[in-house]
Write a protein that binds this ligand. Structure first.
Ligand SMILES: Cc1cc2nc3c(=O)[nH]c(=O)nc-3n(C[C@H](O)[C@H](O)[C@H](O)COP(=O)(O)O)c2cc1C
Length: 366
């Protein structure tokens, strides 16, 4: 079994032509009202042409109050439907599976973008750039309406013809904020113990699973441990959560450790890779996806040998849109950043997206 072997999702029966996914990547190219733009379409389509078996879109907000940045894809209104339909159809033309990542920014949905007061599990202050932003504690009504918004968005993705959705439970956004013992200090049913902190993401998953046919893929992305400034995630809790989500019917768990081959910080003295811990606890019926610093075919095959069923490429897929085809050549040598502007233009990035990529240190050649 290699990266180029097809993978069939056990619950849904859908097959990816290989074990290579495009990782979800925000590119700020959607129209102001959240509808799909031609630029976003072209960028994703180029990766479908390049042979990625699964195309996962950037994070798309499930409600206006969950929008995190300008130019973000929306999935909260029927006005988004026709663009989403076009995207799903386009991706299917090239035999890739189409998945849309759905999310709510929570504390990280600033007022000037979302038009409302940012809220999270608990009230706290976050620093964005040089600004301190007051975040309010979400009311039970806000939590309930957000659950409904996630379910409605998943239904909209299904109606648009997508093969599935991915719940964004990683990288410090709302679902992650509820999971964290630092940002979730609630004392009601939505916070406190691990079970209560996990309730929001599990409830959303369960409701989506019961609202849609079993051949619709529902995956969940998780940050397995603390990273950067976002704290409050314990590695053992993440493993326990992955197993519970699998019981709840998750078709895949997408682990986002930023380095697919690393060891967990908590057990860094041991021999076992982080992704192997997940494979060992997650039943075989649920796929394991991992992303982070996969550049060569060897990197990808190593991740598979450590227990991943599928690998997802982020930065490598930006610079090498034909990666799944290129790795068939035994002499393939990955082209790594920094990439020149003309290289990125050839890879179907617009000046706007290239500008955005300048925020990623060392990615765009000066
Ligand atoms: C430009 C850019 C945008 C990203 N946007 C998202 C996103 O919308 N949702 C998400 O879950 N991860 C996002 N990520 C993280 C990637 O999906 C991926 O996990 C990460 O880049 C590590 O993989 P890589 O080393 O192959 O880039 C983004 C990464 C990049 C580089």
């Amino acid at each position: 079994m290699t990266l180029l072997t097809p993978y069939t999702f056990r619950n849904s029966g859908l097959t990816s032509v290989n074990r290579i996914a495009l990782a979800p990547m925000t590119n700020q190219q959607s129209n102001e009202d959240g509808t799909l733009s031609n630029d976003e379409y072209n960028w994703l389509m180029r990766r479908a042409v390049g042979g990625f078996g699964i195309i996962i879109t950037c994070a798309a907000h499930v409600s206006k109050d969950g929008q995190g940045w300008p130019g973000e894809l929306g999935i909260f209104d029927d006005s988004h439907l026709s663009g989403l339909q076009r995207l799903a159809q386009g991706i299917h033309q090239y035999q890739s599976l189409a998945i849309v990542q759905i999310f709510h920014g929570g504390a990280r949905s600033p007022f000037d973008v979302s038009g409302s007061q940012p809220w999270s599990a608990s009230a706290h202050i976050i620093q964005v750039g040089s600004k301190n932003i007051d975040v309010a504690e979400g009311s039970v009504e806000q939590i309930e309406s957000t659950i409904n918004a996630f379910v409605a968005s998943a239904k909209r993705a299904h109606e648009a013809g997508f093969d599935g959705i991915e719940l964004h439970g990683a990288h410090g956004y709302l679902l992650h904020q509820f999971l964290s013992s630092v940002t979730n200090k609630r004392s009601d049913e939505w916070g406190g113990s691990f079970e209560k902190r996990s309730k929001l993401i599990r409830t959303i998953l369960q409701k989506i699973k019961t609202s849609l046919p079993s051949n619709f893929i529902v995956g969940v992305r998780l940050s397995p441990e603390d990273k950067y400034t976002f704290q409050g995630i314990d590695f053992d809790e993440s493993l326990a959560l992955a197993a519970l989500l699998s019981d709840d019917g998750a078709d895949y768990i997408h682990v986002s450790p930023w380095d697919a081959l690393k060891k967990p910080e908590k057990y860094s003295e041991g021999e076992k890779a982080l992704i192997t811990y997940f494979r060992d606890i997650i039943p075989a019926k649920t796929a394991v996806i991992v992303a982070g610093e996969i550049w060569s075919r060897e990197d990808g095959e190593k991740a598979i040998s450590l227990g991943a069923d599928i690998v997802a490429l982020g930065k490598g897929a930006i610079g090498m849109p034909d990666w799944p085809k290129l790795i068939k050549d035994p002499n393939f040598v990955p082209i790594k950043p920094p990439y020149s502007v003309s290289h990125l233009k050839d890879a179907r990035l617009t000046p706007k997206f290239i500008d955005y990529m300048k925020r990623w240190k060392g990615f765009v050649k000066e």
